[in-house]
Design a protein around this ligand. Structure first.
Ligand code: ACO
Length: 324
């Protein structure tokens, strides 16, 4: 039996850090409102020359270095993004080229904030199906480029960045939950919620890129239930209980959503990885960015049980349980 295990991780952030206080000069808001409602204190904003492809490439290089591998060892690149450099081709092939890789294949996955969960699930199935031995899975976004900087209800929430992992097919040692690698993936979507969170442009409609529109309160209302449903599905499928979990690495949209989800799931506060204060909501990049922080500071160690989850536009939502 094949298991998909993470053997390398990396991340990249734009050079410019933007504090909440800087937003006070752009829209009518305050550091106090943003911190109290979201937990966000700062985010990184892409500058000239920094794009989804450049950030994704930097994160991919860091993951390769971390794994001690080169692109020759990679068979496939899957990029989760809702902010590609171009309508087509996929930004994944631009990253493939920037990495100097001309073998294998690369493509994008579009599931907005759940993109990394969907991409990692796709990679897991490619590996288990024998289509590849090692896959570079990247979440990279430049949401600052689709924000309406006059809309205080959205522009204060998002940031730019990228995270990447290398997923490798390994032989399972025991065929049970003690094996390293992905133990279970669950993903969902429901297009009935399209108008709650969307971008008001596109090639086939307006021929413009458009701007992000969100009914924040409506998203909030559904988020906790959707997140806890898929996480509970992962617990049920494996027989693992919340108390056995070592780390909960949620999508970093809002600290209040994260806290409420952890509480409902019975996951202790000290097991929750929080980076929304540092990065804001970086959509598909948020889970791998948070993972990279917790791996690099030594919290997540080999053998730990780690639960990832995300929920976003669509709505889409999903969770993955990993033995690290
Ligand atoms: N600064 C100051 N006041 C503001 C701001 C701001 N930046 N934005 C809104 N307000 C005001 C509103 O106008 C409103 O004023 P009113 O009472 O006079 O009408 C008041 O603050 C409260 O607004 P709400 O929208 O009710 O505030 P809420 O507590 O719901 O917080 C927030 C808003 C932070 C957006 C929250 O609803 C949220 O986090 N929603 C979920 C977002 C999310 O999780 N997205 C995930 C997916 S993202 C993706 O997939 C791309």
């Amino acid at each position: 039996m094949i298991r998909s295990a993470i053997c390398g991780i990396g991340s990249a952030l734009p050079k410019k850090k933007m504090l909440n206080s800087e937003l006070e000069g752009i829209v009518e808001t305050s550091d106090a409102w943003i911190v109290q409602r979201t937990g966000i204190r700062q985010r990184y904003i892409a500058g000239e020359g920094e794009t989804t492809v450049s950030l994704g490439t930097a994160a991919a290089k860091a993951a390769l270095d971390n794994a001690g591998l080169t692109v020759a060892d990679i068979d496939c690149i899957i990029l989760a993004t809702a902010t590609p450099n171009h309508t087509f081709p996929a930004s994944a092939v631009e990253i493939q080229n920037a990495l100097g890789m001309s073998h294998g294949f690369a493509f994008d996955v579009q599931a907005v904030c759940s993109g990394f969960i969907f991409a990692l699930t796709t990679a897991d199935l490619y590996l288990k199906g024998g289509m590849a031995k090692r896959i570079l899975v990247i979440g990279a976004e430049t949401f600052s480029r689709i924000l309406d900087w006059n809309d205080r209800s959205t522009c204060v929430l998002f940031g730019d960045g990228a995270g990447a992992v290398i997923l490798e097919a390994i032989e399972s040692a025991n065929g049970d939950n003690s094996d390293r690698g992905i133990l279970v993936c669950k993903q969902r979507s429901d297009g009935a919620f399209v108008d709650k969170l969307y971008v008001d442009g596109g090639p086939s409609t307006t021929q413009t890129t458009g701007h992000l529109r969100m009914e924040g309160r409506e998203v909030f209302k559904h988020a906790v239930g959707m997140i806890t449903d898929v996480v509970d599905d992962c617990f049920s499928a494996t027989g693992i209980s919340p108390s056995e979990l070592d780390w909960f690495v949620p999508h970093q949209a809002n600290k209040r959503i994260i806290d409420a989800s952890a509480k409902k799931l019975g996951i202790a506060d000290e097991k929750v990885v929080i980076t929304v204060d540092q990065h804001g909501n970086t959509s598909a990049a948020s889970v791998p960015l948070a993972l990279a922080v917790a791996v690099n500071d030594g919290r997540i160690k080999k053998g730990d049980l780690v639960m990832l989850e995300a929920m976003g536009g669509g709505f889409t939502w999903g969770a993955i349980l990993i033995r690290w």
